[in-house]
Design a protein around this ligand. Sequence first.
Ligand code: ADP
Ligand code: MG
Length: 583
Amino acid sequence: MAIRLLDDRVVSQIAAGEVVERPASVVKELVENALDAGATFIQIEIAESGRRRIQVNDDGTGISLDDAPLAVTRHATSKLVSADDLSHIETLGFRGEALSSIAAVSRLTLTSRHRDDEVGLRLRIEGGELLEQAKVGAPVGTMIAVENLFFNTPARKKFLKSDTTEKRVINQIVMNYAMAYPHVRFVLLHDDREVFRSPGTGNFADVVVKVVGLSQFRQMVEVSGQDVVRGHGGTIRVRGFVSEPNLNRKDRTRITLFVNGRAIQDSSLSYAVSQAYHTLLPKGRYPYGVLLIQVPPEIVDVNVHPTKAEVRFEDASVIFSAVQRAVRDVIIGYSQPSLANRRQHSDYNRDWQDEPRLRASQLDFDFDVSDPANQPFEYGGQSQSSVEEGEDQPQRVRTLPVLRVLGQIGAAYIVTEGPAGMYLIDQHGAHQRILYESFKAVLDEADTLVTQPIDTQTIDVSVAENQAIQAHDEMLKRLGFELESFGINTYALRSVPVELAHGDVISGLAHLLEKLQERIDFDTLLMHLADIVAVKRGVILSQDDMQSLIRELEYTPSPKFDAFGDTVILHFSSEQIARQFRT
Ligand code: ADP
Ligand code: MG
């Protein structure tokens, strides 16, 4: 086979594969172009997760009549002239391949009018081929519509992720730019419904609130790092918001970083952020954060990857420590009061928690045949129980021997005595198991848990939380939440599960919404609700509270473990205790 130069069209399609991976990459490139053109308003309309149509309107400078056809030609850019320019890039685009690549794999319509022109121009391109070019009346600015993405590259089309995933990625990209450009007003619509809007006030915090939702924003603190001065007069500046230590999650996906206005992925820098929390977060938990990192353009190379999602620094360790220090400075301040709080309860509490967990099996935990107290209990009369049971109601089956409450230790564990020795009971785990079982029993009979009306609260949620609410509104209703849409990403909360009514309703709901974003089934959600409303460790209980908790536990299925499988009861047999004293 002879070696031939590739046809131009094939070359563009190959290049397109690098830049245009998915609908979200189109959104990204078009938004970047609008920002580079100095837009103050950018509207993004998506139809069918971008498969059918992606349209971006901006009020930027527009493209002049002569330049428009060039704009969709490969390696045509107005932003970069020589290779020298590459070393100090201050625009988002510079490779001049986005528009031509997108045009190569879609049906693209570009309408633009430069602010110095009287009339605008419209181009229609399909699969890289110019079909139409006409002068049209148009407002100053640019509108680009991309339809039927990947219509001529079926392989690429096949590998698109689910609609929800595509939408999520698109939302994230738009929200990222909205945060990085707070003076620009962004509007995002999916299938004609507005899902996000940034105010364009120029105030970074105003946008962050819209992105993370008010309940989370309340738990974030501002980072305003000291300028780190580098050699030739350039400075490194880190500012933004990070979560207080008690707001955390299981991975680093909620750490968003911008370098010179560009959202980047850099595992080393997100490590720097979580590293700043040091011992303040439990193992395997990570903070939330949105950080704007400003560095002199000449020390960062953005031309590492076609999608420009990664950057390389001349001296990565300087940036790393600037980020870590900036975050650490505010976290230190915010962590001490809460640590002090925790100590207040008693040193007991801490000692218990620091102790390696004892395994139930190590303590010959055994309620089975050998223990007479564990024989199915013949329940005669109502003497022991406050629970009145009607004649034909199924009798509740005793699952534990009768336990007498002796006291509480560390404001967390209930000490009881039973027929076969001492039983130490984790108050939180016990209550959580009781609630979970009772929720299940209620749902066996009714459609929803018992709900309680509350004074209506208006809550702002993040876009992701909003999606979770919409996707799982049935589950939330079954739990007893009555939420009514009240504008974009705002809800009126009118009733809640009765057990939550006197607790922190907002953070309880926020916790469940976080779980719902992780695709869980209803039963697991029920466990989380039980976990949220169950009495916490660290709460001092009266003798009566403890006794009634234990009474309930005695009739609860599977009392030895909580709903998540953690140990609730440690049993020390009388023999074991005696043996310990004899040795
Ligand atoms: P790049 O952004 O890397 O220069 P693109 O292919 O994305 O390359 O765009 C090519 C050129 O088209 C840009 O350099 C710019 O001159 C022009 N252009 C694209 N989109 C817009 C827009 N929304 N407003 C003004 N000019 C635009
Ligand atoms: Mg571009």
